[in-house]
Design a protein around this ligand. Structure first.
Ligand SMILES: Cc1cc2nc3c(=O)[nH]c(=O)nc-3n(C[C@H](O)[C@H](O)[C@H](O)COP(=O)(O)OP(=O)(O)OC[C@H]3O[C@@H](n4cnc5c(N)ncnc54)[C@H](O)[C@@H]3O)c2cc1C
Length: 408
């Protein structure tokens, strides 16, 4: 028989990734009692999402003051430009200076570090992540939700909460409990990433990408000079197929045979092969149980949007739940979450999917022309660079959210 929790929270958050931690901060800031559970015993040491965009930093400032952003910026690498190198030698340099924010750059910081800063801030506000606790099921009532938790010793606990939010990632158990679907596609092809040291003839400041007829690759600088995340995206059916468990030699072969650039790779700390899915839940939740972040939508990592839109979801939903619990808004305000956030997830999914499909389409007689002439032409158009930089930064949606937070 499950033990009944002695501390009924107003909101129970399942999952302490960036989405769950941000949501807990929004609620704690509003004075709402919250519990956040996490099945892992410790934070992952894998870097995963690297790009923190201006919109997310502005949201953190509005919620927490600027101390968290400052600490994140000090720990990460500030990249002001993206250099695109094309087969044939043409280049384009896209400056992020036109992002209309004091954060007119992309902050490169390992996701594990972003999570550490958020978790530490949450602890300062009196909420500790409860680790080794797993969501095991829920039952909905008109006034509350009862959730079953299980610790890693098998002991169960029954928690009553006014609201439950599944921030439990792409394999979400909360989504499953609601009977929601998560339909979409897996993109063909396997991709590779590695965190490693490289030696090359260029500077170590910005993000650098290379586009060739065999596929594309990108290099994202970490704070430590010479340390980079390298990502390889081969075209479907290209002679260079990525290994599912790649080694450093596979990356070096790509550099030597496809990029044909004087780049030496060494000292990898993380190498993995991965596949990319695009999926969206048929609903972001209902009544007293909601989904946010990867639990609700996943898509191609092009543009580094995944973690950032989860952070935006959390702020939007957290503000609404806090308003309902403080009796400043009716329950119907929660319907606005799906209405506002779902189109964003769908749009990001479509655009990033289009870019990925274009980059990975099998090589054709036209590919050479496109990568040597068409793409460099468009990539050098300043107005197009500005539009893309603004879209990726997500400053517009963040400012709308901040205006609402200020009206509190
Ligand atoms: C290899 C890789 C590279 C990536 N690179 C990028 C990138 O460059 N840019 C980008 O924007 N995105 C990237 N992503 C995606 C990014 O990591 C996700 O979008 C982001 O982590 C979503 O955050 P989240 O908090 O919604 O979910 P998650 O980070 O998945 O967090 C969910 C949490 O819930 C916990 N959990 C799950 N089930 C339960 C349960 N039953 N009970 C309790 N806890 C549970 C999990 O342990 C986890 O800690 C990458 C992902 C991977 C795997």
């Amino acid at each position: 028989m499950a033990e009944l929790s002695a501390r009924p929270p107003k909101v129970l958050i399942v999952g302490a990734g960036p989405t769950g931690l941000t949501l807990a901060l929004v609620l704690a800031r509003a004075g709402i009692s919250v519990r956040i559970i996490e099945k892992q015993s410790a934070r992952s040491d894998k870097s995963r999402a690297l790009g923190v965009h201006a919109g997310s930093l502005e949201l953190f400032d509005a919620l927490l003051g600027d101390s968290v952003s400052k600490a994140m910026i000090a720990a990460g690498h500030v990249a002001h430009e993206i250099t695109l190198g094309f087969e044939g030698g043409k280049t384009a340099v896209a400056s992020l200076d036109r992002v209309p924010s004091r954060y007119n750059f992309v902050l490169i910081l390992a996701q594990s570090e972003t999570e550490r800063f958020l978790e530490e801030e949450l602890l300062r506000r009196g909420v500790a992540v409860e680790r080794r606790k797993e969501f095991a099921g829920l039952e909905e009532f008109s006034e509350a939700v009862r959730v079953e938790l299980r610790d890693d010793g098998g002991k169960t606990e029954s928690v009553r909460a006014d609201f439950v939010v599944g921030c439990d990632g792409s394999h979400s158990g909360v989504r499953e409990s609601l009977g929601l679907t998560f339909t979409g596609v897996q993109y063909p092809g396997a991709f590779m990433l590695a965190d490693l040291t490289l030696e090359w003839p260029w500077n170590y400041e910005g993000v650098r990408t290379f586009v060739t007829r065999k596929g594309a690759s990108a290099f994202f600088p970490f704070k430590e000079k010479g340390r980079y995340r390298m990502v390889v995206v081969p075209r479907e059916g290209s002679a260079f197929t990525t290994a599912s468990e790649p080694t450093l030699a596979d990356f070096q072969r790509w550099v030597d045979e496809v990029l044909r650039q004087p780049i030496k790779l060494r000292d990898p700390t993380w190498i993995t092969g991965f596949r990319i899915h695009r999926r969206i839940a048929n609903s972001c939740g209902r009544h007293r149980v909601f989904l946010a972040g990867d639990a609700a939508h996943i898509h191609s990592p092009v543009g580094g949007q995944g973690m950032n839109i989860g952070i935006h979801d959390a702020v939007n939903l957290g503000r609404r739940i806090a308003d309902v619990l403080r009796e400043r808004a009716p329950m119907t305000t929660l319907e606005g979450y799906e209405r506002e956030r779902r189109p964003v997830a769908e749009w990001v999914s479509r655009i990033t999917g289009f870019v990925l499909r274009t980059a990975t389409r099998p090589e054709s007689p036209l590919t050479g022309l496109v990568v040597r002439f068409v793409l460099p032409f468009f990539a050098n158009l300043r107005f197009l660079q500005g539009i893309l930089a603004r879209a990726i930064s997500e400053v517009g949606p963040a400012r709308r959210e901040i205006a609402r937070l200020r009206r509190e």
